[in-house]
Write a protein of this length. Structure first.
Length: 634
């Protein structure tokens, strides 16, 4: 696990940007605190920061070259089947100088070219330079576990693991207004676009070549369709469970290979408990880590983690946080946002990573299971909305009345009312628009109202519409639930969940591995019929049933709360002056000319009222953006 960056100069103007390579490499130091490497020739430069996990010796240092000196690689990730690939390559006459997966990946590309991507089991973002042909090859893993930014213009190609590194090359800093509009709706900016115009993210499951002929992007992986979609008869439910258990065992086992201390995140939910239970079978001294809220019992779920840790006899550590702990880390977290990212669960994820890193270097997490198996509240809501019921009919009638009832995320009853209103509003929409509404925190109309009239006039409506259509391209009908899960795998998983974990863990030099995203497991689950994943009584049905005999029964009774922080109380106390007088103060809003001052005032009034609703989510998105804007544009 590391950070990478580089430049391919197309002419003398592009070559001038090579002076920034060293600084661009330093900007990703946190991603790789163990070592640094830079290589350049006349028109190409590669930079690398290393977090040593497999083969920590100097022989595995990067940039790494092959024996002939023709190829060089910078690489971020882990290839779990590298030993099998190594045996194959040795049979073809290749000789290795290290026990690293980096060298295996390099020679796999030398021998198989881009076809090697389909042979890799792992997660990665890497670049290989062919000095003889003078071309660069860059690639990103199937699901977007590792990030890869790039900028391609007439003078140069730049790439990096981090936007901080991209900006270090001295590129033009121009705000992408269409991305701003999308960000304020979703709390994140979906790939391939970013908040900086001209800077893109390579999409998951894609690779690209650049040479004298230009820059071309290719897709090498797509999620398979379900057996029902391709008119195959699915296996029996019992056999599906057996296959799932076998694939999970193999996935977790493969991810326990490391030459440094390793453990698991353990929230006490089904997903992390399954991973911890399997890992404990193969690792006697397994360390598990949980986070709890000492000041907020509603959000604290550590009792379930303790149950699991006791059952599996792990070396368990609980980090109990107060609101003061959250606040103490806030500004460092905001500084680590390489572009605005307003999923507030990034805050505890950062602190969990920071504290876990004091004990281990690699952690396994349960990310990906909710998107794969249909684990979110919105999935149950979508399933209900696609059917007909007296409740749906009633809510269509009483829905408008719910807006007058106080609601908030910070209490059980008020949160239920909030959810009911959101559900009632969604019933009136078609499948695609409902998905978009329930994937976000603010409506398109609400966001447009927040923007200054000058900004609304500058937004390219066609470009914005095309981007949204591309993000929702997998949703083609009103009745196919699997299309919604595919949309989650393509939109929510890489741009929200995985980006959060990558940002916050790598800010602390911690590698996080995700067993649920083994591509063989994903392909298997993607082919399962909807009924195996969700029905009217149970979400993640097959996952829960397959491992029921392994887990404490109490886990099946717990409500799903998510990994949130109590923002509302925070905004009304310790952050109130920063909201009123600085980041959302009149002076800055007028200076920026990005937001409508009257609407910002109304938003703040709503936030501090007795009926705040979801206003705190929009306020948090604005705080994160404003902090980032002041750092890079002010």
């Amino acid at each position: 696990m590391c950070g990478i960056t580089g430049i391919y100069a197309k002419n003398m103007i592009g070559k001038m940007h090579m002076i920034h390579l060293s600084n661009a490499t330093e900007q990703i130091e946190r991603r790789g605190p163990d070592a640094r490497g830079v290589w350049m020739n006349d028109f190409v430069g590669l930079g690398h920061r290393r977090l040593s996990v497999i083969d920590v010796s100097y022989n595995a240092a990067q940039p790494m070259k092959d024996a002939s000196g023709r190829y060089r690689i910078v690489y971020n990730g882990e290839i779990y089947n590298y030993r099998e690939l190594k045996k194959d390559l040795i049979s073809h006459g290749y000789v290795f100088q290290s026990d690293s997966d980096t060298e295996v990946l390099l020679y796999a590309y030398v021998h198989y070219g881009e076809k090697c991507l389909n042979m890799l089991n792992g997660f990665f973002a890497f670049c290989i330079y062919d000095e003889q042909e003078n071309n660069l090859f860059i690639a990103r893993d199937r699901y977007g576990i590792k990030p890869l930014y790039y900028l391609d213009d007439e003078d140069k190609l730049l790439f990096a693991s981090d936007m901080h590194s991209m900006l270090a090359y001295g590129i033009k800093r121009e705000l992408d207004l269409e991305s701003l509009c999308t960000y304020l709706q979703l709390n994140y900016t979906p790939a391939p676009d970013t908040m900086i115009k001209g800077v893109k993210m390579l999409m998951p499951g894609h690779y690209a070549f650049i040479d004298k002929k230009g820059f071309k992007i290719h897709e090498y992986y797509q999620l398979p369709k379900s057996a029902v979609d391709v008119q195959e008869k699915p296996d029996s439910y019992e056999n599906q469970q057996k296959q799932l258990r076998s694939l999970m065992e193999e996935s977790v086992k493969a991810r326990l290979v490391a030459d440094v201390p390793l453990g698991t995140f353990l929230s006490g939910g089904i997903d992390s408990s399954i991973i911890s239970g399997i890992a404990r079978k193969y690792k006697e001294d397994l360390h598990t880590f949980s986070i709890g809220y000492a000041d907020e019992p509603f959000f604290d779920e550590t009792k379930y983690a303790n149950l699991v840790a006791k059952k599996f006899d792990t070396n368990h550590t609980v980090f109990s946080l107060t609101n003061d702990d959250l606040y103490a880390n806030l500004f460092d977290i905001l500084d680590r946002m390489d572009q605005p990212f307003a999923d507030s669960s990034a805050i505890p994820t950062y602190i969990l990573s920071k504290k876990t890193r004091q004990h281990i270097t690699v952690a396994l997490s349960g990310d990906g299971a909710d998107e794969l198996f249909s684990g979110y509240n919105k999935h149950a809501a979508h399933l209900r909305a696609m059917g007909s019921s007296p409740v749906n009919s009633m809510l269509k009638i009483v829905g408008p009345l719910l807006k007058h009832i106080p609601k908030s995320r910070n209490g059980a009853l008020s949160n239920k009312i909030r959810q009911a209103e959101k559900y009632a509003n969604g019933l009136a929409l078609n499948q695609k628009d409902r998905y978009w509404a329930w994937a976000g925190v603010a409506s398109e109309n609400r966001v447009m109202g927040l923007l200054h009239q000058d900004i609304r006039n500058k937004i390219d409506k066609n470009s914005y519409s095309d981007r949204k259509e591309m993000l929702l391209e997998s949703i083609k009908s009103e009745k196919d639930f699997n299309e919604l899960l595919r949309a989650d795998m393509q939109l929510v998983l890489p741009n929200d969940m995985l980006r959060k974990v990558d940002l916050m863990s790598m800010a602390n030099g911690l590698e996080v591995r995700v067993p649920f995203l083994d591509h063989q497991l994903v392909d298997f689950v993607s082919r399962l019929p909807v009924s195996s994943k969700i029905n009217g009584q149970m979400r993640k049905r097959i996952l829960q049933d397959a491992f029921r005999d392994m887990l404490p029964e109490e886990l099946y009774q717990r409500p799903k709360k998510g990994f949130e922080v109590p923002l509302l109380k925070w905004f009304r106390t310790s952050l109130k002056s920063m909201i009123d007088d600085d980041l959302l103060g009149d002076q800055l809003i007028r200076k920026q000319n990005l937001f409508d001052l009257d609407e910002i005032k109304k938003l703040k009034k709503h936030l501090f009222s007795m009926n705040p609703g979801d206003s705190h989510a929009t306020v948090w998105a604005l705080i994160v953006f404003q902090w980032w804007w002041k750092k890079y544009f002010d």
